[in-house]
Design a protein around this ligand. Structure first.
Ligand SMILES: [Zn+2]
Length: 171
């Protein structure tokens, strides 16, 4: 299998200042979602829901790892690291992350993301849809801990909750 032309590298995402001198670095959430939901649609058509979730999770993991590698200080303790994740996710307007449960012994966490970029405000369809986020969070923890994590979304705007809730545990 050939790999694509594009590496997922923070520095290869483009020089926004040069490329968009008048429009700049921001866009609307609607445009982001139009991209994400149309991509999900064609993936589900081709591969079904389960495979699509797995692919989006895999993509999220790549993104989360690159985000962690370039934007976060991994030399600090886990609690400070989490605070930095909260701060960066808010600055980048990804969502409002909160740790509901933290078990430093087992490295198991319960996290919520409110005002989530991917799903907040979307119609209730009875299943969680933030599989990209699942992978993203896993990638962020994996870069920190140097081992694999399993992240599952148990509540989502799409399941009728008003916040996304994720369980995080070592794989
Ligand atoms: Zn969600």
């Amino acid at each position: 299998m050939t790999t694509g032309n594009y590496e997922v590298s923070w520095n290869e995402l483009g020089d926004i200042e040069e490329g968009r001198p008048s429009l700049g670095g921001s866009t609307s959430v609607i445009v982001y979602r139009l991209f994400q939901f149309s991509l999900r649609h064609v993936l589900e058509e081709r591969f079904g829901i389960e495979q699509t979730d797995a692919l989006l999770r895999r993509a999220g993991r790549l993104a989360g790892k690159e985000f962690a590698a370039t934007q976060l200080d991994r030399s600090q303790g886990v609690e400070d690291y989490l605070s930095e994740v909260v701060e960066k996710m808010e600055t980048l307007k990804i969502g409002v992350l909160r740790a509901e449960k933290v078990d430093l012994q087992s490295m198991e966490f319960m996290l919520t993301v409110s005002e989530d970029l991917d799903c907040s405000g979307t119609p209730v369809i009875g299943r969680p849809i933030c599989s990209f986020d699942e992978g993203f969070i896993a990638g962020v923890f994996e870069r920190f801990a140097g081992r694999e994590f399993d992240v599952r979304e148990i509540d989502c705007w799409a399941t009728g909750a008003k916040t996304c809730r994720f369980t995080v545990r070592p794989a």
